[in-house]
Design a protein. Structure first.
Length: 244
């Protein structure tokens, strides 16, 4: 199982998209605060800064995403999220976005050395071009397969844990795409995480992302992304067995 996941990740990250393509490097920083309570609920707030490193002018994005999760059963979580984001698309072009998301996470394996799950989400995007004061509405479905691999401990709920991260996500637009420089199409990630304690977790992730420029033309961008993430969990007196 472990070998299959590693082979799949390598193939995904090495695959090139056919046709005319550009390649950009991006850097993302994430801060995530989690508060589990009542054994079945989780409230989470994440703040993210993203920037492109290989352009003469800067593309950058700031976002805040409050999320609420409910453990419906041992094998399924229900999720609701309302990301708020502001993006400098290019010089003279800025955007603001509100994107409510609802979804469900299905656990295939858990409490084992390799935890796997499927995340299905539906997202409605309210996208405003700031200079033109125009709102666009777009809908898309997001399908994500995830695997967490324990390296030095038996499961994900132990301290001083090193773990691997492998996932792949498809973005399926069901109507018109909004005018943005990096309209996501698919994303593959591989990374390394460290759980110091219940409260503190750290992750370093490499992402291979395929996106499309909807502003300057219909060309594909294959982006290399380095993502640094710090997670802080509160309410340790009655912790829920949550993902790392």
């Amino acid at each position: 199982m472990y070998k299959r996941i590693c082979i799949m990740a390598a193939l995904l990250l090495m695959a090139e998209i056919q046709g005319r393509a550009q390649r950009h490097e991006q850097l993302w920083f994430d801060y995530q605060l989690d508060y589990p309570f009542a054994n079945v609920f989780l409230f989470e707030v994440s703040a993210t800064y993203q920037t492109v490193l290989t352009q003469d002018f800067k593309w950058r994005s700031f976002s805040v995403s409050p999320t609420f999760e409910y453990t419906f059963s041992r094998w399924m979580d229900l999720t609701a999220e309302v990301p708020l984001g502001y993006t400098l698309q290019k010089e003279g072009s800025n955007s603001f976005e509100i994107s409510p998301i609802v979804g469900a996470r299905f656990y295939i394996t858990q409490n084992k050395r390799i935890d796997t799950r499927i995340l299905l989400r539906y997202q409605q995007r309210y996208f405003r071009e700031v200079e033109n004061d125009v709102w666009d509405i777009s809908n898309r479905t997001r399908i994500k397969a995830e695997a967490y691999i324990c390296i030095n401990q038996p499961n994900l709920f132990t301290n001083n844990l090193w773990y691997g991260i492998v996932d792949y996500e498809e973005f399926i637009v069901v109507d018109d795409q909004v005018d943005e420089r990096y309209a996501n199409r698919r994303r593959a990630r591989i990374g390394l995480g460290y759980r110091l304690s219940y409260k503190h977790r750290f992750e370093l992730i490499y992402t291979r992302q395929s996106s499309r420029n909807e502003i300057d033309g219909d060309f594909i961008s294959n982006d290399n992304v380095i993502q640094l993430r710090y997670k802080m969990y509160l309410n340790p007196s009655k912790p829920v067995q949550t993902d790392p």
